[in-house]
Write a protein that binds this ligand. Sequence first.
Ligand code: SF4
Length: 369
Amino acid sequence: MMNNGISLYIHIPFCASKCPYCSFAVAAGQLKHEVEYCDALAREIAPKGGRARTIYIGGGTPSCLSDDALMRLFAGLRARFDIEGGAEISLEMNPESVDRGKARLVKRLGVNRVSLGIQSLNDATLQALGRRHCTDDARRAYEVLRAEGFANINVDMIYGLPGQSRDGVLEDLGNLLALGSEHCSLYALNIEERSLFFARRLGVDNDAQGELYDAVCCRMEEAGVKQYEVSNFARPGFESAHNINYWEGGDYAGLGMAAHSHMAGERYWNADTLPKYLELMRDKGSARTGGETLSSAERLAEAFCFGLRMNRGVDLGRLEQRFGLELPFEKKEVLESFIEMNLLEEHDDFIRATSRGRLLLDELAARII
Ligand code: SF4
């Protein structure tokens, strides 16, 4: 295990409606089950314990929870987990559910990093994405968070919608950068199978997405917001510790509907619909619906591929030491071939993806794992 303290993920599945590009485990329009859900979460948290190094409350839309629900959630977490001083505690918020009262409350509860789902500062783009907020809401929410003293804010942006021009994307990005957040997560639109866009047979042009990706990375570099992962950029010292733990192949515990956990090679997951999660927690006290045990060789290969997502790459020698075995010869040959194809490169003791390779990481991982 890499760190003494654990990384905790809490899933809050509620959203007012489902955005057409979304493939996350979401319970749209089901906030009426908030109390039942929080009871179930409390039951899931109760037998757990230990030291928490990072906590990430994601969704869904965690900020749509009532003040009572948020207070109960944090009380439950604090009762069972010894949260390290300086632990990164992140909460996802959507602009339309940010107001002064809520911002003040979550700050008081200990949240020190807010991830704000802005997605675009162009009203036509927000409409095309099916978002419920407009650019004025997004700017207002950001200002409220600042006014309430949040000094570590991530903003999300989606780009590469059909018909969106390169200039349009860069203008949107320029407006986002002007906010001055510490962290930006910038995602090229991907049509995922479980999304409405997929059902509507919407497609994206992968070559055009690749060009936009390069333009976005260049613009971020000019702005001095350093890329540290495929889609993530931060000012120095504001990289997400929680997400870096995933990319380093560290352990994490997930709680709530559809949450996944990975503890020392044991991977398991919870029911991914609200009725099933609630039913299992009520009847069995556990919502686990599946799991698998990974061998050290599988963990090594996975950790290597996750590590390639980060710009610094992976120190393969250290990873081999950590898992007590070497990457098999035939997999090393695959790596060599990727280096020859200019998809990977060696830098000091690290192997990292080139800018071309970064666009093909899923394909590379499928050959390595
Ligand atoms: S994209 Fe975010 S706000 Fe929209 S449905 Fe998915 S989780 Fe909810």
